[in-house]
Write a protein that binds this ligand. Structure first.
Ligand code: 3HC
Ligand code: NAI
Length: 700
């Protein structure tokens, strides 16, 4: 097998070229190749060595697919030490994304140059890890402890310009990288510039107490996670210990992280997200329809945010409303959102203006005669949506993709309102639509392959994470949520306070407890959805008694200053409300429910396993393609902690047998109406395999 690393002498410079597509990850063969080339350079006529990469990027990190397998020499930390110890000057030439182990290789070089578009970062924390090849010791020596902490605990990259300011890059080159880097190497050789070994630099001190302050703020920001705190431990070692000892501490902490369930969960999420973008049975060369101009119907909460996504990606968007007044309200939302983005430093004033300029308004369907895609976001009502689709069928040119943002309605029935059901699809955005990353792509019975493929590609263009769902009430996310919501509210009727339920889930890791989420979304949304259903399909009537009563009292959640909680109008902080407690007790008495103490473990298990059980049914029915897709839906759409890997990974991690045992217990205690174990769960427990193994056996 040919090595992914080549070495050649170009005049007096030894050039090491890494060519390991797609991202030049540091597989064993790459480590070995660099190691051998550095050894060769010690013996030949080279006066300096250049490390440069082919393809779209410099080395983007350790090879994540090798994690968990027996490690093979040369290990990455040793390779970095070997590079740094080289008797010949070693220069790194960066382009694309120099990440993780890739940046650590660059840090062990004596000089670094980069093209202006290069991005440099240590994203290990996003995989539940810390930089484990000397990065935690070299980075603080090069750019100072405080900047190093920010870079490593956020995991976010900086561009070459920022990197040059930090001292992470020595030279930003113009023109073609390899030639420019070679020219710079010649300059360095000619100047006989001093060779700098990062490990020999001293770390600038930090003020007393600063690290402790940093730890506390970090704990608040990264609640529940272990890797960020271990990064601080390593930086502390860089500040207080010799380099070699620091490396040893880094090694220990890295291995602890690598073996942690948190890292396993985050690595699972990394691959699940990429896997979710692949649609089973869809040929990779499916032709894509051209997408330049998008129409959006309904400029309410969702429609206005949806239009922004396309404008932000450089596309034209036309918003259609019932009248000018409604359009004005929609543009009001859009303007406020852009102003918020500028205030938070997400975009410049000019960028915001340019994006805003790409959105136009109309009250006339004829404006949609030349759009490539329409997304409908009118009220959640099937007849209204069918009416809108019939109109679209009449005005849109053939080939236009017709999408609905419905949360619950049957996309097949919406498609049937047109004479082109093959062009109809669900594109379910999450609120706030210009921010939330998840996009459920609902494949209806007759959706054409090229429509689906185009929407998956479009999702990437507008920076969303797409997950394919089949048609069912609520699709993947909201269908599962129904069960989670039921249990949250039953816990309240049975005696837990709203604060107890929310705190239990938040301490477990959810971004926000369920009742606080209902208050945020508006209790009227669920109320209206229930009213729209036949009584038999509304679910356990005990569960929604309190929420319905709150709506009838005018307590719609945050927007009215009160729902399950009372809200401070200025800071929107929630506080428990005795009035709600009285209501809960009254409703419980009317239902004949004797209230009792419920502990956090029961609350968490009931909510989580309700979610898991329905997720497994969804898999069994083929609504979701694979367990990882459900995990992506929950992490990107519902505030599920990524470090727990989504509900399906969580079920595997705690053990399916344990999940089944708890569900059977709940079935006994609360009855089979709400607690029937998913048949697939029973089957998997019987055959002793995990959901991940089951998915693999089915070719995922
Ligand atoms: N190892 C193995 N495979 C990797 C990889 C890695 N580090 N990074 C990306 N890949 C694979 C992806 O799984 C994907 O495979 P697929 O095509 O089969 O699905 C393929 O490369 C392309 O990746 P993307 O679809 O993500 O391509 P993009 O162009 O959108 O993004 C990227 C490129 C920014 C490099 C992104 O892939 C990324 O962020 N990668 C991870 C970087 C990272 O976390 N590095 C640190 C690793 S940990 C480490 O280095 C430990 C060290 O400190 C000891
Ligand atoms: P909304 O009530 O904020 O906005 C709906 C808009 O549609 C209103 O501005 C209304 O004037 C307009 N409209 C109604 N009939 C119309 C017609 N015939 N032609 C043109 N415009 C018309 O509603 P929201 O929350 O934006 O929801 C829209 C859709 O998105 C619904 O299907 C909802 O289920 C779905 N959705 C809502 C989410 C949310 O969190 N609010 C999340 C995901 C999906």
């Amino acid at each position: 097998m040919t090595s992914p690393v080549s070495y050649e002498l170009v005049d007096e410079i030894g050039v090491i070229t890494v060519d390991n597509p797609p991202v030049n990850a540091l597989s064993h063969a790459v480590r070995q190749g660099i190691h051998d080339a550095i050894a060769a350079a010690q013996e030949d006529a080279s006066k300096a060595v250049l490390i440069v990469c082919e393809g779209r990027t410099f080395i983007a990190g350790a090879d994540i697919t090798e994690f968990g397998k027996p490690p093979k020499e040369p290990h990455l930390p040793d390779l970095c030490n070997t590079i740094e110890a080289s008797s010949k000057r070693v220069v790194a030439a960066l382009h694309g994304t120099a990440l993780g182990g890739g940046l650590e290789v660059a840090l062990s070089c004596h000089d670094r140059c980069a093209v202006p578009g290069a991005k440099l970062g240590l994203p290990e924390v996003k995989l539940g890890l810390l930089p484990g090849a000397g990065g935690t010791q070299r980075l603080p020596r090069l750019i100072g402890a405080s900047a190093a902490l920010d870079l490593m605990t956020s995991g976010n990259p900086v561009d070459a310009g920022q990197a040059a300011k930090l001292g992470l890059v020595d030279h930003v080159v113009d023109g073609e990288l390899r030639d420019a880097a070679l020219a710079w190497c010649r300059e360095l050789i000619a100047k006989d510039a001093e060779r700098r070994r990062t490990s020999e630099l001293t770390v600038e001190d930090v003020p007393a107490g600063a690290l402790e302050e940093y730890r506390k703020a970090l704990a608040r920001r990264t609640r529940g996670q272990i890797a960020p705190q271990k990064i601080v431990d390593c930086v502390e070692a860089a500040l207080t210990r010799p380099f070699a000892e620091g490396l040893q501490i880094e090694r220990e902490k890295f291995l602890e992280c690598m073996q942690s369930p948190q890292s396993a969960a985050l690595r699972h999420m990394f691959f699940a997200e990429r896997e979710a973008a692949k649609v089973r049975g869809l040929a990779s060369d499916t032709p894509l329809r051209e997408m330049n101009k998008v129409g959006v119907i309904g400029a309410g909460t969702m429609g206005s945010g949806i239009a922004m996504n396309f404008a932000n990606a450089g596309m034209q968007a036309v918003l259609l409303e019932v009248d000018d007044e409604a359009l004005g309200r929609g543009f009001g939302i859009i303007d406020r959102n852009y102003q918020g983005g500028v205030k938070r430093g997400k975009m410049s004033e000019e960028q915001a203006l340019a994006c805003r300029g790409r959105i136009s308004g109309t009250t006339d369907y004829e404006s949609f005669s030349d759009v490539d895609l329409v997304i409908e976001a009118v009220f959640e009502n099937l007849e209204l949506k069918q009416e809108v689709f019939a109109k679209l069928d009449a005005v849109c040119r053939q080939g236009t993709i017709l999408a609905t943002n419905t949360s619950y309605q049957d996309v097949d029935r919406i498609a049937a309102a047109t004479k082109r059901p093959q062009d109809v699809i669900g594109l379910h955005f999450f609120s706030p639509a210009h921010i939330m990353k998840l996009l459920e792509v609902v494949r209806a019975e007759k959706t054409a392959d090229d429509v689906l493929a185009t929407c998956m590609a479009l999702a990437k263009k507008i920076r969303k994470t797409p997950v394919v769902s089949g048609v069912c009430y609520g699709f993947i996310g909201n269908r599962m949520l129904g069960h989670y919501a039921r249990e949250a509210q039953l816990c309240v009727i049975e005696g837990a306070t709203p604060e107890q339920v929310d705190t239990a889930l938040e301490e477990w890791g959810m971004a926000m407890g369920p009742l606080a989420v209902f208050d945020l979304a508006g209790l009227d949304v669920g109320y209206k959805a229930r009213q729209g259903l036949p009584e038999a399909e509304r679910g356990d009537p005990r569960a929604f008694r309190v929420a319905d009563a709150l709506v009838e009292m005018g307590r719609l959640g945050q927007k009215t200053g009160a729902g399950f909680y009372r809200y401070d109008p200025k800071i929107r902080q929630r506080s428990s409300d005795p009035e709600v407690q009285t209501l809960i007790e009254r409703e419980a008495a009317l239902l004949g429910v004797e209230q009792r103490e419920i502990d956090s473990e029961e609350i968490v298990d009931r909510l989580m396993f309700a979610l898991v059980n329905e997720g497994i049914n969804i898999l069994d029915e083929g609504i979701a393609q694979r367990p990882g897709d459900i995990d992506v839906v929950y992490v990107y759409g519902y505030g599920f902690p990524a470090w727990r890997g989504g509900p399906m990974h969580y079920a595997d991690a705690v053990g399916l047998a344990h999940v089944l045992q708890r569900i059977r217990e709940f079935e006994q205690r609360f009855g089979p109406e709400n607690w029937t174990p998913a048949p697939l769960l029973e089957k998997l427990v019987e055959s002793g395999i995990t959901l991940a193994e089951w998915a693999k056996s089915k070719g995922n």
